[in-house]
Design a binder for this molecule. Sequence first.
Ligand code: UT7
Length: 322
Amino acid sequence: MNRAVVLGCGAYLPAKIVTNDDLSARIDTTDEWIQQRTGIRQRHIAADGELTSDLALAACRKALARSGVSTDEIDLIILATTTPDNTFPATATKVQGALGVTRGMAFDIQAVCSGFIYALSVADNMLKLGQATTALVIGAEVFSRILDWEDRGTCVLFGDGAGAMVLRAAPPVADDARGVLSTHLFSDGAHYNALYVDGGPGRNGLAGHVRMDGKEVYRHAVNLMATAVETAAAANDMTLDQIDWLVPHQANIRIIDSIRRRLGVDENRVVITVQSQANTSAATIPLALAAAQDDNRLRPGNIVALTALGGGFTWGAALIRW
Ligand code: UT7
């Protein structure tokens, strides 16, 4: 079987920044509360008319430039999002069209905050089996459009953004070849009501707003994400101290810190963006990877562990030799 090798990542964040103080001028909250409970200081918010596809396209262009890959080489585009431009067609097809790609396939994946790991897993399997050769895997969200800006329990937590990754199928030349080592996906619909949107095209035709039992999500998040990373390491006969970089979903600094402690990963081996970007749902992991790639923290051969948990619940992990 082939191996899916990461060629490069790209990121895009909307220009507008909203600080905690900006929010406290509008709703009953404080910078202190938000920072203490979540670590978040600010978030980027898409401009009026700026859509998920616009963010995704900008991230894709950067990822392609970084990878030295041209658009005519792309034959698979998977976009993880909870905030598609339209109910259908898939936003991935809009990105495909904007890139001028006319072959292969493009589709969306919905696993909320775990979406990027789900999309990566599907792409990895398709590349491994030879169903595609060069893939764009994207996490992109305008989460601000589905927030209830009167609900201080949720609106302070999220932001908008997009990250993209280019992967190429390559024959495994050696056991220590670069590429995705394994992906591990899980879900448990018993928690459907812990984190959901109270609308939808099949329900009432309205997009609806995010509703969350924050404590319930918190209660499960650390254990499920840490266990997923342990599962990934065990599947590759690796010990946790072989992980060079932990890149977890960025929802809350306290959750990230608890996962890192449970796994015994050193503080300076965790990529953290939540302070400046907040929770961008499916985009947090590719945004964090792009940041760590751009400042040269990620080196070829590094073992990188990804993990996320989102509505459903869905969760998962991936291990990559960078
Ligand atoms: O991507 C995955 C999705 N989400 C997550 O991973 C989130 C997981 N959950 C969390 O991160 C935390 O549960 C939160 C950050 C959302 C909340 O932290 P918490 O320590 O669980 O606070 P809480 O919801 O229990 O609220 C504590 C107090 C409440 O006041 P009372 O009832 O004790 O008087 C809230 O009304 O804080 C109040 N509160 C706020 N106060 C100021 C809730 N939101 C705010 C706010 N500003 N923005």
